[in-house]
Design a protein around this ligand. Structure first.
Ligand code: URA
Ligand code: SF4
Length: 199
């Protein structure tokens, strides 16, 4: 069962490697598909590859990734036990994606969610949070209101929780946010402890 899920995920990875559905393929070096166990209970979803991710082909390997590692530790998590990916799979030269680009790329994220069936999806930043809220029919709200809160969602294919968080890069640009982020991740750790084996 897990082997076949892994195969389906690898097939999707190859599709992304050859994808030219939006103009971002032109500036990518290596697409960043995502990484982690196919049976991960927790999925982290960022915006898209930056400079370093584009070179390495792996998510969150730059400065924001260093902070993310610390945040994971605060929640009692290890990078190897979570699945990490992004809304966008190709390098974002201006660190943003247009609506059309998001529309072109998110079928890949949808399929990843379907295959991995995470119990918790942590949305890192506004774009991921907005996408997941829309996908599961929740009303769009500002990060200031929703960060660190738990949103239970269900669809035909999935029952899960969405937890929106500020993007780690936003705490690098705006240091006071770092405290908020650390507190949210510490609380996530508590939630994980309390809900273990209960879903
Ligand atoms: N920022 C993101 O949103 N994703 C990455 O993979 C790296 C930086
Ligand atoms: Fe394809 Fe997504 Fe890359 Fe655009 S960003 S080329 S849709 S993989």
């Amino acid at each position: 069962m897990e082997d076949s899920r892994r195969e389906i995920l690898e097939e999707l990875r190859r599709e992304v490697e050859n994808c030219r559905k939006c103009p971002l393929w032109k500036t990518r070096k290596k697409p960043v598909f995502g990484e982690g166990p196919v049976d991960a209970e927790i999925m982290l979803i960022g915006l898209g590859p930056g400079y370093h991710e584009n070179i390495e082909g792996r998510p969150f390997v730059g400065a924001a990734g260093k902070l993310l590692d610390k945040l994971l530790e605060l929640a009692g998590l290890n990078r190897t036990e979570v699945y990490i990916t992004n809304v966008m799979k190709c390098y974002l030269p201006e660190n943003k994606a247009s609506e059309e680009e998001i529309e072109a790329c998110t079928p890949y994220l949808d399929k990843q969610i379907e295959i991995i069936q995470p119990r918790i999806m942590v949305a890192l930043g506004n774009v991921a949070a907005e996408y997941l809220f829309k996908k599961f029919g929740l009303k769009r709200q500002s990060m200031g209101k929703i960060h660190g809160k738990i949103y239970r969602v269900s669809s035909l294919i999935l029952q899960a929780e969405i937890i929106p968080m500020y993007h780690p890069a936003s705490a690098l640009r705006n240091p006071p946010l770092r405290t908020v982020l650390m507190e949210d991740w510490r609380k996530l750790g508590e939630h994980l402890k309390n809900s273990m084996n209960r879903v």
